[in-house]
Design a protein around this ligand. Structure first.
Ligand SMILES: C[S@@+](CC[C@H](N)C(=O)[O-])C[C@H]1O[C@@H](n2cnc3c(N)ncnc32)[C@H](O)[C@@H]1O
Length: 249
């Protein structure tokens, strides 16, 4: 990526201010709505409250990912690091977790949390989803929680994910999508973009973009507040979804 776009700058500013506050934005429903805290209680059990509560996500990619001991995991837009710490427990000492985030304040917060937890198998790298600071074919599983919607160039993000995954590797992503397009005025509203609204892709475009990047067995599923599948998919409003796909072996 040559240089960050105005959308990157607006989103970075939004999350730099989130990183400086004590509690999750989800306390105020600003970022991700009431369906954020859907991790099973036992997943969060060993974590200090402030780390467990600093979640700006919209789902539970950890349960979705079904991680195994020894895997190398990449978390896109790792924020305060919660999903990285949860993933690290799953992959154990023989595994590794790398969090990437463009916002220096988030990276600083995540690194401080890792030090407090003594999380030796977790590292945080500052960088862009559109230009991942990672070797090709180096990752078993890519997770992400409420981040890809924030990118102004999602096709490029999907190509980057494909590049860094090992053959046979997969993605397990929670994200915000739509069923039908949002109104033009909303799509151009920078505050709404930062709050995970304006950049949401139509779920069919999400699937098509992943297929175009080379992924197979793509699945985009709408979820409700408890992480259960939605039987009726809302039209024209953003909602959370679980997305899985594979890089061919
Ligand atoms: C909604 S927060 C989610 C944070 C974390 N995944 C969680 O669940 O708490 C979005 C995060 O993605 C980062 N981010 C947004 N767009 C990005 C991009 N294009 N490249 C890298 N990081 C990005 C932001 O800095 C922010 O930390």
């Amino acid at each position: 990526m040559d240089k960050p776009t105005p959308i990157h700058d607006a989103v970075r500013e939004h999350y730099a201010s989130r990183a400086r506050v004590e509690n999750s934005c989800c306390d105020t429903s600003e970022c991700c709505g009431s369906d954020n805290r859907i991790y099973p209680v036992e997943l969060l059990a060993d974590l200090p409250e402030d780390i467990a509560n600093f979640s700006l996500g919209c789902g539970d990619p950890i349960t979705l990912a079904e991680l195994k001991t020894g895997q190398v995991v990449l978390d896109l837009g790792s924020g305060g690091g919660l999903d990285c710490f949860l993933a690290a427990k799953k992959v154990g000492e023989s595994g590794r977790v790398i969090g990437v985030d463009m916002t220096p304040e988030m990276i600083a917060r995540a690194r401080a949390n890792a030090e407090r937890l003594g999380a030796a198998n977790v590292e945080f790298r500052q960088g862009y989803l559109e230009d991942l600071p990672l070797e090709e074919s180096s990752i078993d599983v890519v997770i992400s929680n409420c981040v890809i919607n924030l990118s102004p160039d999602k096709s490029r993000v999907f190509r980057e994910i494909f590049r860094v995954l090992k053959p046979g590797g997969r993605i397990a992503v929670s994200d915000i999508v739509t069923n039908g397009q949002l109104p033009e005025a909303l799509r151009n509203d920078m505050d709404a973009w930062g709050a995970c609204v304006s950049g949401a892709l139509d779920m069919r475009d999400y699937e098509r973009n992943l297929n175009e990047a080379g992924f197979v067995t793509v699945n985009v599923q709408a979820k409700n507040a408890d992480g259960k599948l939605l039987s009726v998919i809302p039209i024209g409003i953003p909602f959370s979804a679980s997305i899985t796909a594979f890089k061919p072996a």
